[in-house]
Write a protein that binds this ligand. Structure first.
Ligand SMILES: *Cc1c(COP(=O)(O)O)cnc(C)c1O
Length: 402
């Protein structure tokens, strides 16, 4: 016997819940890729993506996941032996740096651990010390999905400017785009990467690279730009097929078009506000469960540096996996595991969970998820503080317009 029957809710930080409208948009015969609805639609997708990214610059779409955009972006900018500075605040930032190293870059880590945002002052100090301007680019995550941290990108840009350093600023928004506000042009970001399966509510398989005019010019000194990964024809194609370096990802595009329509109908500011409130409801519950002998704790202490797309939390290691397994088996809800927080095989590995609240989520889902978590804690005898669900409901009740 189980209460899991009914629609399963995969509450991991990507792939996110897909709207039926997205799924239905994909359910159609293969379209003509030379003329007609598909070719007419792609420029509208690019325009909408740029609006969500806060840019009027360039947008290249690849048939790849987020990892692919790490390499797509770098392959347009790197020359052998280039120096990069990786500002890391969790597993995703660390892994982007690994990819850059494998591609021949000399990467220095400016690491801020697993519980803190990047410190702009430390970045400024490091860049000031680079008097010969050897560092070509600074890599940073807007949101690191492993730690749930949201870095202050304008503050990092200001630190680079204060140091008078010409490096490009490259930012990973795979988790955050469509959830946490991002203003690529206003914030002085040169390269921004995103993917389809998180805030954009579409299956994994589209990687998006936005790049500024400065980054476009910097491509000239790169020494490994190959035809497939070259972002120039993708962003400014003379012929339709160049958008995708070959056959278009037809059905992903139909799905993405529907997702962008939904974002447009709700209004981007309202989408952001919804994510902010649902995130705060999750935080309120986790805070309350952690009181009075409970063991849950938010990974990032300062709310102003927490993502609205994903929440990373800690729990006593003896309870974490038990609770996640109970939820899948008994409530039809699956939480994310900890990522890069402790080595696999170490008992500490079990002491983490993540809640994805990105994309197609509403108060009913989030409050149902939280109530299910509390049911699981009580069923398993996991100690917890009181008042979590009241606190989460109060956050939703206070949502502007609610
Ligand atoms: C999910 C994610 C990635 C990786 O995306 P994949 O599609 O899994 O390759 C990279 N960076 C961040 C911040 C992410 O959240």
């Amino acid at each position: 016997m189980s209460l899991a029957h009914g629609r399963h809710y995969l509450a991991i930080p990507g792939p996110s819940v897909m709207p039926d409208r997205v799924l239905q948009a994909m359910h159609q015969a293969a379209p003509n890729i030379y003329t007609g609805a598909l070719t007419d639609m792609v420029p509208t997708i690019v325009a909408d993506l740029k609006a969500i990214a806060g840019t009027t610059a360039h947008c290249a779409i690849y048939i790849c996941n987020g990892h692919g955009t790490w390499e797509a972006s770098l392959s347009n900018l790197l020359a052998q032996g280039d120096k990069l500075l990786a500002v890391t605040t969790g597993r995703f930032g660390i892994n982007w740096a690994l990819h850059a190293r494998a591609m021949g870059a000399e990467v220095e880590d400016l690491d801020f651990g697993l519980r803190s945002p990047a410190d702009p002052a430390a970045l400024e100090t490091r860049l000031r010390a680079d008097t010969t301007h050897e560092i070509r680019a600074v890599l940073a995550s807007h949101v690191d999905t492993a730690t749930g941290v949201r870095n202050d990108i304008p503050a990092l840009r200001a630190a680079m400017d204060a140091a008078g350093h010409p490096a490009l600023l490259m930012v990973d928004c795979v988790a955050s785009l469509g959830c946490d506000p991002f203003e690529m042009d206003a914030w002085g970001v040169d390269v921004m990467i995103a993917a389809s399966q998180k805030g954009l509510m579409t299956p994994p398989g589209l990687g998006i690279v936005f790049f500024s005019d400065k980054a476009a010019k910097a491509q000239a000194r790169a020494d490994r730009v190959t035809p497939y990964w070259d972002w120039a024809p993708r962003a400014n194609p003379a012929e339709f097929y160049q958008h995708f370096g070959g056959t278009a990802p037809t059905h992903h595009l139909f799905g993405l078009r529907a997702a962008l329509d939904m974002i447009g109908e709700e209004g981007l500011a309202n989408v952001h506000a919804r994510h902010a409130t649902l995130a705060r409801a999750v935080w309120a519950a986790i805070d309350h469960w952690g009181a009075e002998g409970g063991t849950t704790e938010l990974n990032i202490a300062d709310p102003s540096f927490r993502s609205h797309a994903v929440t990373a939390a800690r729990i006593a290691p003896e309870h974490g996996t038990r609770l996640r397994d109970w939820l899948t088996a008994n409530a039809g809800v699956t939480l994310g595991i900890g990522l890069g927080m402790a080595p696999a095989g170490d008992p500490a590995w079990h002491g983490f969970f993540r809640v994805g609240h990105m994309g197609h989520v509403n108060a009913g889902m989030t409050l149902g998820l939280l109530a299910s978590m509390q049911a699981g804690m009580d069923a398993l005898g996991i100690p917890r503080g009181p008042g979590a669900l009241d606190a989460a409901a109060a956050v939703c009740a206070a949502h502007p317009g609610a």
